[in-house]
Write a protein that binds this ligand. Structure first.
Ligand code: TYM
Length: 325
């Protein structure tokens, strides 16, 4: 298989949840063996929603520890903080100047995040979020971007921006494609399965949650059915069981569901044990890593240096094409 360039990132707004893991991070681990991989912590994107400077710094380092503890190898992939490679923001500015406002206003994430808020007071970073994302990707001329389903629209916009730039200034960027895990691109919230599991609201199972915390959250998971007898909550629990459970458990609960003898309390407790067990080695490794923050800082500094080298080359080309000296 031809080696391709791949870019993706996580925000540093909180500890990742199992949706982030199943939709995105697990793909990163798979692809680091096959492709030219660039994974970063999107700390600049984290500034678009309310944050505490102290927390931001702590979370960014913890997400780096998460990446490594989950198996991301800084020797195989380039691992860095977005804010430590200034070219991300520089390219985003140039992209801002070729992106129509209309494209940004129609982004679902922008609409969801601003909701009924008075648009006059919404920060401009939230609107320009996907432009910075396009810069994150195109700076490395990436062709593939492993993400969850909620980011697909942003990837479409990255392609629009690449095309626009190429048309206006000459062929420079590839048109990057989103790569989704078909079964797990959208893990739903436990207490509101109409919505995706998200970092806000505390309804997500965090990959670093203790076994007791996982159990507490799962016990509250909604399993109500709708008028047609379907239940998004139940579908979501089965999806998780298929990812974290063993064959016998899956078979047992699928049969019990068919036969209408299923006890959801039992399924939830088994599933909590499975999830806690799955992430146990990760939790240990993470704790160890956080005891040597200098190792993480060094890995990030090395990563930023590698990333900067490529980013600089792209920016030289871009500036020349645009007419900047
Ligand atoms: P973040 O941190 O919000 O999400 C990180 C990744 O997790 C995926 N994801 C999910 N997957 C399945 N089910 C869910 N419930 C779920 N919730 C989140 C997201 O789709 C994402 O892939 N905007 C990005 C960060 C970013 C980025 C980039 C990604 C900034 N620049 C450039 C790729 C390329 C984000 O949503 O982060």
């Amino acid at each position: 298989m031809k080696k391709q360039t791949l870019v993706s990132g996580l925000r540093a707004s909180s500890e990742p949840h199992i949706g982030n893991y199943l939709g995105a991070i697990r793909q990163f681990l798979k692809y680091q063996e096959l492709h030219d991989c660039n994974f970063f912590i999107a700390d600049l994107h984290t500034l678009t929603t309310p944050f505490e400077p102290k927390e931001l710094r702590k979370n960014a380092l913890e997400v780096a520890a998460d990446y490594i503890a989950l198996g991301l190898d800084p020797k195989k992939s380039t691992l860095y903080l977005q804010s430590q490679v200034a070219e991300h923001a520089e390219l985003a500015w140039i992209f801002n100047c070729i992106t129509p406002l209309g494209e940004l206003y129609r982004m679902t994430q922008f609409k969801d995040k601003t909701g009924s808020a008075n648009k006059e007071s919404v920060n401009a970073g939230l609107l320009n979020y996907p432009v910075l994302m396009a810069a994150d990707i195109l700076l490395y001329k990436a062709e593939i971007v492993p993400v969850g389903e909620d980011q697909v629209q942003h990837l479409e916009l990255a392609r629009v921006i690449a095309k626009k730039f190429n048309n206006q200034f000459g062929k420079t960027f590839p048109e990057p494609k989103a790569l989704l895990e078909s079964e797990t691109a959208r893990i739903m919230s436990l207490n509101d399965p109409e919505k995706k599991m998200s970092k806000t609201g505390g309804q997500g199972i965090l990959i670093n949650d203790s076994p007791a915390e996982i159990q507490r959250k799962l016990r509250k998971a909604v399993t109500a059915t709708d008028a047609t007898g379907k239940s998004k909550g139940v579908d979501n629990l089965f999806r998780l069981l298929r990812e974290f459970g063993n064959k016998e458990q899956i078979q047992f609960f699928e049969n019990a569901y068919q036969e209408n003898t299923i006890k959801f309390s039992e399924l939830k407790d088994i599933l909590s044990e499975d999830i806690a067990h799955y992430f146990a080695p990760f939790r240990e490794k993470r704790k160890e890593l956080l005891n040597s923050p200098e190792y993480i800082a060094e890995a990030l500094a090395d990563g930023a240096e590698k990333a900067r080298e490529r980013a600089r080359a792209t920016m030289q080309e871009v500036k020349k094409k645009v007419g900047l000296l």
